[in-house]
Write a protein that binds this ligand. Sequence first.
Ligand SMILES: C[S@@+](CC[C@H](N)C(=O)[O-])C[C@H]1O[C@@H](n2cnc3c(N)ncnc32)[C@H](O)[C@@H]1O
Length: 285
Amino acid sequence: MHPETGWTLKPLAPLSTAEFDNWCQLLEERSGIVWREDRKSYLEVRLTSRMRELGIADYDSYYHQVLQGTRGTLEWSHLLDRLTVQETRFFRHPPSFDFALEHLQQRLLAGREALGLWSVGCSTGQEAWSLAMIAADAVRLAGSEVGFSVMATDISRSALTTARQALYSAQAIEPVSPAMRKRYLQAQEDGSYRVSKVLARRMCFARINVLELANLPFSGMDLVFCQNVLIYFRRWQRRSILNQLVERLLPGGVLVLGVGEITGWEHPDMLPVHNDKILAFVRKG
Ligand SMILES: C[S@@+](CC[C@H](N)C(=O)[O-])C[C@H]1O[C@@H](n2cnc3c(N)ncnc32)[C@H](O)[C@@H]1O
């Protein structure tokens, strides 16, 4: 029990409509994530558990703390780690990775001298490391010496910390084929697996909010993966993010999304890939 607030004795207080609206607005403004009414109790649980740790007894005080100065910015980052859905897996959507491998091989055949890949909303890293594995395979299969780099970005600091550690449980690496495990994973004494240094030196992890892509200096991508991120955003916001991602692609580069994550999106520089197992677009050459 917290000495001043007596928190553990109090039942979970419901968020008032005004408080709920304030939190939803803040969350959407800062991260793009739309919080629906049916997830109100989940928000209450998450807020309350953090407030208990801090010894704060009401939602309003906590809301104002989150808004205030550097401390508030840090607190927001902690809270966001708890509010974002970070579910992910190695090779989560296999047809997208099959397509990505083929695409990278074609880029190498076309004479690319280095490959740039980007996992947008990489969570705890499984997607980014999977991309690194297929890029390394594409280079190996082409008998090439070409280099590649993988940008892995997310809004969640704690997810990025896990991603950088490159250490996964035996259960987490199940979707990785035995051949890839042999090439790119090293078994540890405690039964976990570490991604090899050969891939680690190709990775660059960064905290990037997809709402702030306009200020981002990098471009020149051959492959951008953005799966299971945009589903939490409003339709207009998804479109605006996709338009930004297009700007980062090279001619002939591809954007791979999650199937069903956007419908009816068109861009004058992009052509849809005709493969009904995936949702991908190629930048016109
Ligand atoms: C469900 S995970 C998807 C992970 C991976 N892309 C996959 O498909 O397995 C969604 C990720 O999006 C991140 N995210 C949510 N809002 C974001 C934002 N505004 N900017 C960047 N990342 C964001 C979350 O932190 C979370 O790690």
